[in-house]
Design a protein around this ligand. Sequence first.
Ligand code: FMN
Length: 442
Amino acid sequence: MVAADVLQPVAMAATLVAPARLLELAKELPEPYTEEGPGPEVLLMALLAGGATGVVFMLGDTDVQMSLASAAGAAVRRLDPELTHNIAVQACARGLMPVDDRPDPLSLSTEVFGLRFSNPVGLAAGFDKHAEAMQGLMGLGFGFVEIGSVTPQPQPGNPTPRVFRIPEARAIINRYGFNSLGADAVASNLEAFEQAAANSAGVKRGLLGVNLGKNKTSEDAAADYCEGLTKLGRFADYLVVNVSSPNTPGLRSLQGRNELKALVRKVQATRDSMAWGPRGAPPLLVKVAPDLSEDDKQDIAEVALGCKIDGLIVSNTTVSRPAEVSSNPVSTEAGGLSGAPLFPLATAALSDMYRLTQGRIPIVGAGGVSSGEDAYKKIRAGASLVQLYTAFAYGGPELVPAVKRDLAACLARDGFKSVREAVGADHPQIAKTLAAEANVAA
Ligand SMILES: Cc1cc2nc3c(=O)[nH]c(=O)nc-3n(C[C@H](O)[C@H](O)[C@H](O)COP(=O)(O)O)c2cc1C
């Protein structure tokens, strides 16, 4: 075993040479939506970015590998944010990431929407938009990975630049605008992944969420979500109707009571009319914004309960600009803000939705999670599962085991034997009612 304090400087030094070369190659990077897909340039970049990590993979244990991959990520992060994102996706797609096959602590195992998660920490939508890197991402130890948003037809998204970092606040503003290869291409990627998982014991098959969006120019949103469901539903452990991206004009208005009810009913009807395998139809979740009024939240809660939505994801990015970011000139860029400054707003929205649905709809808490303590706070506020993205973009692979380890420690510290016991712990009245109902049912 080679010590981390020897390997890390080696990896740092090796990755320092990569950015210059990457900048040269950046101009040749194919647009993510071209039919050619990632070319040899991307492969080369991924190889360079992951090279240092690869060299020492065989020498270090999982923790060392994780910190090396994170160090490589830190070097690559000097580049343009979208290029960095593409490199990270390709590094995951090309097997240049560590594989964490250590078992999760038993206290983290949890069952939600009838699915068993080995841990409740997932990767949020937007990182792997086209389902290119699931194998690598699942290998990092996420309890689940959500791909997308996927639109039915390919579309380029907004013009670049469309991703901006605010490093001092550990935040990102993005206005990608659903750049998507489209549902057919994503279905091919998912098919290939399924086959690899079926044929190889080395492919870690975690739970997979498929997040659906609508095309910018489509006038029939429901038809778009139904098309996504029809083409991609069979690959999904759960499906997400994303009505909360701030970067597609009119999308957020689908969160209104009547619009949401009509949309959910249509998508549910399509799902229920389809033939499903032995696992049955996948659960259907709705992903909402953090920028909702009390009335909006009440409407969504009523629709969620009335339509028996399987789950909510709270939340997407915010169009607000909290004080922590407002002094950075980038904060005037249009788009959705994610990362640490989103945490209070998204967690308050999560807590409100848990209260308004009386803990009867499982909630996935997203927005600003960057530690086990953050994940724990989301769970106490009412989340059955949590997701993160921006903290992973800043912290790299080593964040994943750290969040899991610290979450398990938070649970143990406060006397919870499982995640489930801690869900909604900040709402004792609701917990009491649910416990009483469970006793009656038993
Ligand atoms: C660059 C970027 C792209 C995103 N793209 C999507 C997307 O396509 N669909 C979606 O539902 N959410 C998308 N999100 C939102 C995330 O899934 C997540 O809800 C949000 O970033 C809050 O979590 P975080 O603070 O941990 O990043 C995106 C976020 C970022 C930073």
